[in-house]
Design a protein around this ligand. Structure first.
Ligand code: HEM
Length: 578
């Protein structure tokens, strides 16, 4: 054979090898590129990037800390009520639905098509066997049976309300002390609100007599600071800071329980983060502390139950008392031994603490900010309260717990609702099988974010032809309001209307609201959250004037985790003397 030809054979082999490698690499690259769902708008540049939209999202979230704002922005940029983003590399796209009418339909009427997503269940992995993580089915129903009637007016008015009221009195005491120590200066209210929300929820879960309290721990610390030795002013002399109270280990575990979930939610690789977290000593300590404490409370409640007369309702002083009675009753019905020590029951109890704590405290923090920055709203709240509790006002005392749980104060309810409307976290659902949304084919397993901060909530709704909507959506009549009233403004009046007798009433259905989700998987604790907000805001507005604070301390930035949480909440308080 020709020598040149012989030399060319290896070269040809090398070339062939290189070409094959290039083809293989290109195929791998194409395989790993985001896979858009046909017909649904997306960012074209992101579809050509192995990391999809992730780099853009991280750039934005590093600055704003608000992933929900980034999502709403994508829907606006793509000008689409349904769009897709590629946030997790090499995974399916997430769908973003920005339409109140269709979101309501998914949540209320399409439970067979969409359910709790594995995605959100994974983010809440540290909550263990808490029912929020289950798909709708037998396990979920079994857990909900323990909770039946906890949100009944009877339980809320006679057990939860008085317990939360008692804990709110501690906050009033703390702020009277802080006002004196700060000599009228501004201070951060975030931790105080966080603590009173935790104390309130724990009093609901474990009873008013629970002997641990984050607020009282703070009071004890401050009582030792009478000489102002430990009290500091910030460098810029903008606010006074106080030393922190020393929290009971269970209170620390409760706060830590929220913190670990937030860490997972904000991780680019949640499953890995959780895997790593579980190996750390601090995680194990937190889990062990909360399990031991909750079990102890359950055992004490069981002992009280067996030592009281059967059916003696007055013995039920907490959610745990109620849950252990339900477990006993269910066990009898199912002909089995009650399992008071089981991990699922313990996870259910602690899960409710976590679900309730950060969400309620975030809502209260936003309310305080709005009341501080909008004195006319604050005045209106106080006027409404004086009208609702005329005896307390004329006798120069605070409204009692019994008065608080009974009264209707439409303007206060509207303020709470409006704060919730402006600070939602979007709920997610997962397609249970191949289905359709706004006329598009949606593959099984796709995660859909129902944006509560996009079009038809904070921006005017997208025009959508009725034909695109599902049959159940077309059949329903949506509640919507005048979108020409600035949807981003804090305007409680949008939740008020006149009834047939001309009285002003609060109308929770006046317009789009997704703060609690909806339907059978909507928030279980919604009524308790309203009750807690009503009690705490009433007691604050009744006892203190919230004076304006420096503009620099009144930002509206937030972080997204379990809740959409304001970064700043400073107050300058003046006791109202009667
Ligand atoms: C302002 C306060 C609160 C807000 C904004 C809030 C918000 C939410 C949201 C958005 C969901 C998901 C709903 C869905 O997927 O459709 C949810 C679920 C849940 N929330 Fe709340 N929540 C609050 C207070 C509470 C409280 C006080 C409790 C307990 C006492 C609670 C217990 C739960 C539970 C157990 C679930 C899961 C329901 C299920 O999966 O079946 N939440 N909450």
């Amino acid at each position: 054979m020709d020598a040149n030809l012989l030399a060319a054979v290896p070269n040809a082999n090398v070339a062939l090898g290189l070409a094959a490698t290039a083809i293989a690499l290109y195929s791998l690259y194409s395989y790993l590129l985001p896979k858009p769902i046909p017909g649904i708008p997306y960012n074209a540049a992101a579809a050509k990037n192995l990391l999809g939209d992730a780099p853009d999202m991280f750039r934005s979230v590093i600055v704003t800390k608000e992933i929900m704002a980034w999502m709403a922005e994508q829907s606006r940029k793509l000008n689409a009520p349904l769009c897709q983003v590629f946030v997790r590399p090499f995974a399916r796209p997430w769908l973003l639905l920005a339409d109140w009418h269709e979101a309501q339909d998914v949540l209320l009427r399409r439970g067979k098509d969409f359910d709790r997503s594995a995605f959100s269940s994974d983010l809440l992995a540290p909550a263990g066997a808490f029912h929020i993580r289950f798909k709708t089915g037998d396990q979920w129903r079994a857990a909900r049976k323990w909770l039946t009637d906890l949100m009944s007016p009877n339980f809320l008015n006679n057990v939860a309300g008085p317990a939360i009221y008692a804990r709110t009195q501690d906050l009033v005491g703390l702020w009277q002390l802080k006002e004196k120590l700060a000599e009228g200066d501004t201070f951060s209210a975030k931790e105080d609100i966080d603590h009173v929300a935790l104390d309130g929820i724990l009093a609901f879960i474990f009873g008013e007599k629970l002997n641990i309290s984050a607020t009282r721990a703070q009071i004890e610390t401050l009582q030792r600071c009478e000489l102002r030795l430990d009290i500091g002013r910030s460098l810029e002399e903008k606010y006074t800071s106080f030393p922190h109270g020393c929290l009971h280990e269970f209170l620390q575990a409760a706060s830590q329980g929220t913190a670990v979930i937030e860490q997972i939610i904000n991780s680019p690789m949640p499953n890995w983060t959780f895997w790593w977290m579980k190996k750390t000593g601090s995680y194990k300590d937190t889990m062990c502390t909360k399990d031991v404490y909750v079990r102890k409370q359950v055992r004490e409640s069981v002992a009280r139950m067996y030592s009281s007369e059967p059916g003696e309702a007055s013995q039920i002083r907490s959610a745990v008392d109620h849950i252990v009675r339900r477990e006993r009753m269910l066990a009898e019905k199912q002909d089995r031994q009650p399992d008071f020590d089981g991990q699922q029951l313990i996870d259910e109890i602690f899960g409710n603490v976590v679900a309730a704590h950060d969400t309620t405290s975030s809502n209260l923090i936003w309310i305080l900010k709005y009341l501080t920055d909008m004195p006319h709203v604050q005045d209106k709240v106080r006027t409404a309260l004086h009208k609702a509790y005329p005896e307390a006002a004329s006798e120069g005392r605070q409204p009692t717990a019994a008065e608080l749980v009974q009264a209707k104060v439409p303007y206060l309810d509207a303020v709470v609702e409006e704060a919730l409307r402006l600070s939602p976290i979007s709920v997610t659902r997962e397609a249970l099988h191949d289905t359709e949304l706004l006329g598009h084919h949606i593959p099984k397993g796709t995660v859909v974010f129902l944006l509560a901060n996009g079009a038809s909530f904070l921006d005017p709704a997208f025009p959508i032809s009725e034909k695109q909507r599902s049959a159940s959506s077309q059949a329903a009549s949506p509640n919507t309001w005048d979108e020409s009233v600035d949807l981003r403004a804090f305007y409680p009046e949008r939740w008020l209307r006149n009834d047939e007798s001309g009285n002003v009433v609060f109308d929770p259905t006046a317009g789009p609201q997704l703060a609690f989700g909806m339907g059978s998987r909507g928030c279980f604790g919604k009524k308790l959250a309203y009750l807690e907000a009503r009690i705490i805001v009433t007691m604050i507005a009744w006892n203190f004037e919230l004076l304006p604070v420096d503009k620099e301390l009144s930002g509206y930035g937030a972080t997204d985790g379990i809740a959409h949480r304001a970064t700043q909440c400073y107050v300058k308080i003046k006791s109202i003397r009667r």
